[in-house]
Design a protein around this ligand. Structure first.
Ligand code: ZN
Length: 436
């Protein structure tokens, strides 16, 4: 909890300005607007109205009032953040936007990057998580109890609030919840009697969470929720994690999508399918949909998700061929120009394309008489080929000349194992076409 004299509020900036006449009025003018907001790249951030720190890099410099021991304390607090997210605090060289850290009698900071010089005032240097709390303001985060939905969770006891600090209890209307649960354990939550003018509670936790009343306002650690909002704003130190892929097997035959379940997908910058970039859609931090290329090669296919923190371990999905194979083509066969027909099979299969006519026996009688199909007794072979790596075989057919227009033709393909070229493995559908 903040000791009463240690305010992180911005309402006192005017007083600070009076104490720090060496700072230019325009610098101090900004925070008097309130916790002037910042907005991250994501509009759903708990930062808004201003800017996040670009790339998570926060340049800072130490005012001469900061002793070496204070600097060590500051560094400890910074490490609590930088060991969990991609935020980096760096000593300023020439960066135009930076934080001047100085010793003060209160803790105070504007919210997020202001542009140009901004000042972080620190008083209780040795309370690491009070400093962390102040650094969270620097990074763009408001108090947890200022969330727009806070009235569902806590009831402010306005009569007990020190009027000078009332602003610290105001709901921030544009504040986002990141769709995360209200976090009673946040390092950004006030304690029950924080900013009290009379020692009575300034905040009552509402049912059914009354058991949190004694624990709000902790300053011992970043809560998991604190770490999550930091991660969503500035990124994680570790790559995304893929837990599962659904489905785990797809056919090469049709365009398909695979939904990955895991963590940190909202940080995805690229998805790799067999090492090549694939199109994808982030559904949520825990779900991502990958659209597979049409006709991928048959076989195992690793999928990885990349973020600024690196590449995830892959999940391996299987791309299979079609068994039985599928014959596709247009409904006509022209005697003037060739028309494409395709068989989707397993890769490496020998494919025979057969035809029969409604007004004649097989044109290659005796070659194949397998009892396949159901309208005719024999087929003639019209083309052969081998399915490629994706299991596709493409052939262009021209209808026999002189065939009366409208003649019914039945096409069917048979696949064989090249290594054991005796009996057909499977037959396709019968594709009826008409002479054109
Ligand atoms: Zn604060």
């Amino acid at each position: 909890m903040h000791p009463p004299s240690l305010l992180c509020a911005l309402s006192l900036i005017g007083a600070i300005a009076a104490q720090a006449p060496q700072l230019t009025p325009e610098v101090l003018g900004r925070p008097t607007v309130g916790c002037v907001a910042a907005v991250g790249s994501s509009s759903q951030a708990r930062l808004f109205g201003g800017q996040a720190w670009v790339g998570g890099v926060v340049p800072f410099t130490l005012h001469p009032t900061v002793s070496p021991a204070m600097a060590v304390s500051l560094q400890s607090a910074m490490l609590e953040i930088t060991t969990r997210t991609r935020v980096r605090f760096v000593l300023r060289t020439t960066e135009p936007d930076y934080v001047l850290v100085r010793d003060a009698t209160i803790n105070s900071s504007p919210i997020g990057r202001q542009g140009g010089l901004q000042v972080l005032y620190l008083a209780n240097w040795n309370a690491t998580f009070e400093v962390v709390h102040a650094l969270m303001h620097v990074l763009g985060f408001w108090h947890e109890h200022q969330r727009p939905d806070r009235d569902t969770f806590v009831q402010i006891q306005a009569a007990n609030v020190d009027p000078a600090r009332a602003v610290e209890f105001a709901v921030v209307p544009l504040g986002s919840t990141y769709n995360l649960p209200y976090d009673f354990g946040s390092v950004m939550h006030f304690g029950a009697t924080e900013a009290s003018s009379n020692g009575s509670p300034t905040m009552i936790v509402l049912p059914p969470n009354q058991s949190q009343q004694a624990s709000i306002g902790q300053r011992l650690q970043l809560s998991p929720g604190d770490v999550e909002v930091l991660r969503r704003t500035y990124g994680s130190l570790v790559p995304p994690l893929i837990v599962s892929a659904t489905p785990s097997s797809v056919t090469s035959y049709r365009a398909s999508a695979i939904t990955l379940t895991g963590e940190r997908f909202d940080e995805a910058s690229r998805v790799l399918f067999r090492g090549a970039a694939a199109s994808y859609q982030v559904l949520s931090p825990t779900q991502l949909r990958v659209t597979l290329p049409l006709l991928p090669a048959i076989g195992p296919a690793p999928i990885s998700v990349e973020s600024g923190a690196g590449l995830s371990q892959p999940v391996v999905v299987q791309v299979t061929g079609l068994d039985p194979p599928q014959l596709e083509g247009p409904p006509v066969l022209n005697s003037q120009f060739s028309i494409p027909f395709r068989v989707y099979s397993s890769n490496g299969r020998q494919i025979l394309l057969l035809a029969a006519f409604n007004n004649s026996p097989s044109i290659a009688s005796g070659i194949v008489s397998l009892g396949i199909g159901n309208n005719f007794s024999a087929y003639g072979e019209v083309a052969t080929g081998i399915a490629d790596a994706s299991g596709q075989w493409l052939t262009n057919l021209t209808g026999p000349s002189g065939l009366p227009s409208g003649t019914s033709i039945w096409l069917q393909a048979v696949s064989f194992d090249l290594a054991n070229f005796t009996l057909p493995l499977a037959v396709t559908n019968v594709l009826p076409v008409r002479a054109f």
